[in-house]
Design a protein around this ligand. Sequence first.
Ligand code: SAH
Length: 366
Amino acid sequence: MSLMSPRPNSLESIMAQDIAQNGPMDMGRFMGLALGHCEYGYYMSGDPFGRGGDFTTAPEISQMFGEILGAWFADIWMQMGSPQSFVFLECGPGRGTLMSDMMRATKSVPGFHAACEIHFLEMSPVLRDKQAQALKSYTPHWHETLGDVPRDKPLLVVGNEFFDALPVRQLEKVNKRWAERAVFYDEDKGFHLGLVPALPELIRFIPEVLRDAKEGSIFELSPVSRSFMRNLCDILKACGGAGLFIDYGPARSGLGDSVQAVRVHRYSDILKDIGKSDLTAHVDFESLLSEAMDAGADVWGIVEQGAFLKALGIEHRAAHLGITADANVLKSLKESLRRLVSCDQMGALFKVIGVSCGSTLRPAGF
Ligand code: SAH
């Protein structure tokens, strides 16, 4: 066995075998397996959150994030005429912190809790357990796919850092043509990146203005994210409702390789320790909104997270929480507010988009 041979029984040996049988693996399939393989995928074992974990997200930074989003949904629900029953769906709920903060914040909204049925879209069994603990007083329902979510009532849906976990494919301009980046494997070099011919149906996703990109440019596209948004809007069209998504990425579709691996709060090589580090890519919000518009949904955004949270009053919420806080708590309140809204922190890189169908809404923050 050469030094580069994968360890037996690991995701790496499964992938090496797959590549030997089926040829180079496109980046989308690689990400999908690295994150979601039923046994060895990153999200299938362990809890990736928090200080001891691999990354921290907005709801884990401060309760204020969920409180503000809870208020947004309560307002939308009232604008929809306060339907007596609705599905409150969270996509990729992590530890359940966001939903739990949203529910606490909406306790005093008359009728909201009585009408609300909590549903989660989650693939990780470990995180499902955490979500069950965090939401035990609300008896949530879990689903593997959007297709399993009930369609007999209006739907309100939220996703924070959900789309960035969905696989992207990468096209690269080489010799004046677009080729697709793929993962190769051989005994000598181990896993490495290379190019295969790009399918015309992928190339057609490249926006007109980017087609003439210079040599070596990379364009990322996420067919999985696009069809998720399309399916979601079809459900919203059938049942009525709205969705709010917060994630990171540029305001305009652009060029560049954004696929990154993070392990214990540090960047690592995407082809090393496959399945042990988190893999994400920047979200192409423009492509999601155009998919939603094509499906006939009303769309809002793209706005920056900092501007959105401030428009919804996060600074007032922080000041209010500060009234009864001691010096230490006050310091951490200020610090977490800064992390959420400052342009040099999450405030500008993270963006917010909204979609809705069936009611004329004026959502706050856009
Ligand atoms: N929203 C949470 C967690 C973000 S991490 C927070 O802000 O803290 C991404 C979440 O999406 C995890 O819960 C992960 O298990 C879930 N996830 C990733 N890909 C998924 C998929 N294809 N289907 C369902 N859940 C997925």
